[in-house]
Write a protein that binds this ligand. Sequence first.
Ligand code: HEM
Length: 126
Amino acid sequence: MPSIYEQIGGEPAINVAVDIFYGKMLADERVRRFFDDIDMEKQKAKQKSFLMMVTGGPRRYTGRRMSEAHARLLEKGLKDEHVDVVIEHLGATLAELGVPAELIAQIAAIAESVRDEVLSRVPSGV
Ligand code: HEM
């Protein structure tokens, strides 16, 4: 059974998807402010390696765990509705790239699986 990573087209597909995804995030008034002081080239590189890892591709991610990475954002008001926006833009991006709905649903489920960790003040697994 090929991994989700393989089914969507591997690293080239993830690279294109992450670039489009952050274009949508930065154009969206609901979430743009969280990225005001972020180096987006570094952010994209981290997100690419994170997505490769969680979709069953190469394990190259050396970034922080999700609770740690988003701790400062909780102080800026990060909550569920912002994670919903991430899942919305990720889904729209993948649909634009021709990824089948069934695969998009699987990737959305992966994003859902880290929701609590992203919104948590207590570090644990992810
Ligand atoms: C499923 C949900 C999410 C996933 C999988 C995710 C993934 C990541 C990853 C892999 C990093 C890099 C970690 C590191 O710097 O070592 C990161 C950082 C970051 N994320 Fe998320 N994220 C999610 C939700 C969100 C949401 C909802 C927002 C805001 C709307 C957001 C904004 C940011 C920002 C601004 C950073 C950079 C933090 C910093 O460098 O200080 N993320 N995220």
